[in-house]
Design a protein around this ligand. Structure first.
Ligand SMILES: Nc1nc2c(ncn2[C@@H]2O[C@H](COP(=O)(O)OP(=O)(O)OP(=O)(O)O)[C@@H](O)[C@H]2O)c(=O)[nH]1
Ligand SMILES: [Mg+2]
Length: 393
């Protein structure tokens, strides 16, 4: 693509919406599109000031009836066309632009051609895919320059030979990267336990609507069923699973489909960020709760039918009822606390610079290694210098 090229892209998400926005940019973009657009009751687009919002008729085909839409003139070299949100309307606008020689681009390519740093570009691309406000706020801060400012500060520290401070700042960035690399990928929380424990009911209670089928019949859920929710500002995929049978249930009672579902449940637990081990609170007296793995959270269900919590009651468990809603808010809070402990344990960590792409994290780690090597070299230099000026007798 040459420097004089005029380019276009669909700026709104692909698919139907109330409105679609088509961007056009490149030298003389307004002049080029002017023959396609007749403003209503206003002067030609070419004579309008920058920032003008102009209602008019767009003629995708010169002999067709045209379509009413709004053009925003950003400047002589850039404009936006706001049209009907159906697929055909935006496509007709873009096709008419292509007929004039305008180059169609995907939006990431369009974004990259803009005048911005790599980190800004990465932040803009990431923001388009984020569903939770906390992750969006972290990336927005990097877009506003937080990451760049921290890199500049580390550079100044290195220039003055403050290797220890530079190393500490880089260590902080590496700690923040654990969350940074998950900002565009929701956390994965698997609900596991015995059949009828109340897993699907808990998913529905957390989601706020009936996503999973709930029934008194053991073995209702057969396959993995994912539900995306936002808990306390963080995007989370809740994964409902097939329950395992009580001990002593004969092999013949478990069908092949159910067995396949249970195998999927076991496998889902191995890749989960957090496993919620659901146990029917009414059955606590009957059996011991087994040892939990570090990424497991214990939840007792159906507390509306539990009269006494009994000696098995554990302080690390959350008691819930999908019927009364008791403990559901507490469960949501605990899920987030377990997924993002940095928020409570190291509050400043996520409010400052946070690397959020593999590229940024690799750069930070490389630089940390270089600082480490320089620190060692400096210590070796000092010790050989000391052995020259203060030789042992
Ligand atoms: N009273 C009461 N009943 C509940 C509660 N949660 C679930 N149940 C009932 O327990 C039964 C099983 O609930 P589900 O949510 O389908 O249990 P599940 O663990 O998904 O079961 P499977 O999919 O078969 O493994 C249903 O009859 C629910 O109505 C609760 O908090 N209180
Ligand atoms: Mg179920």
């Amino acid at each position: 693509m040459g420097p004089g090229c005029i380019r276009t892209t669909l700026l709104t998400p692909v698919g139907r919406g109330a409105l679609a926005v088509v961007g056009v940019a490149g030298p003389g973009a307004v002049q080029l599109v002017s023959p396609l657009f007749s403003p209503r009751g206003a002067g030609p687009l070419l004579d309008r000031p920058d920032g003008a919002v102009v209602f008019g008729l767009w003629r995708s085909c010169l002999d067709g009836p045209g379509e009413d839409l709004v053009v925003v003139r950003r400047n002589a070299d850039a404009l936006e066309i706001h049209c009907h949100g159906g697929l055909a309307a935006a496509e007709a606008v873009i096709t008419s632009l292509e007929r004039l020689g305008v180059v169609r681009q995907t939006w990431p390519v369009w974004l990259r051609a803009g005048d911005m740093t790599e980190t800004e570009w990465e932040a803009r691309e990431a923001l388009a895919g984020i569903g939770g406000r906390k992750a969006a706020a972290i990336v927005a801060r990097q877009l506003a320059g937080e990451m760049q400012r921290e890199c500049d500060r580390i550079e100044r520290l290195l220039a003055t030979g403050a290797l220890a401070d530079a190393g500490a700042a880089l260590d902080r960035l590496i700690r923040a990267a654990r969350v940074g690399l998950r900002l565009t990928r929701p956390w994965r929380v698997v609900l596991a336990g015995r059949v009828n424990a109340g897993k699907s009911s808990l998913v529905n209670a957390l989601a706020g609507y009936t996503r999973s089928i709930v029934s008194p019949e053991p073995g209702t859920t057969r396959d993995l069923l994912e539900t995306r929710v936002v808990l306390d500002g963080w995007e989370v995929d809740l994964v409902d699973t097939a329950g395992v049978r009580e001990d002593g249930v004969s092999e013949s009672e478990v069908t092949g489909i159910e067995r396949a579902g249970i195998a999927r449940a076991v496998s889902a637990c191995t890749t989960a960020d957090l496993v919620i081990r659901v146990i029917d609170g009414r059955q606590l007296k009957d059996g011991r709760v087994k040892q939990l793995a570090p990424n497991e959270l214990l939840v007792f269900s159906k507390t509306d039918q539990v009269e006494e919590r009994g000696p098995e009651s554990r302080t690390d468990a959350i008691w819930t009822s999908a019927v009364t809603g008791a403990g559901i808010a507490e469960l949501a809070t605990e899920i987030v606390r377990r997924l993002v402990p940095e928020e409570t344990e190291d509050p400043g960590l996520l409010t400052g610079a946070v690397p959020f792409t593999d590229r940024q994290v690799a750069l930070v780690k490389d630089l940390r290694q270089t600082v480490e090597n320089a620190t060692r070299a400096s210590a070796a230099l000092y010790s050989s210098f000391a052995s020259v000026v203060r030789p042992r007798t």
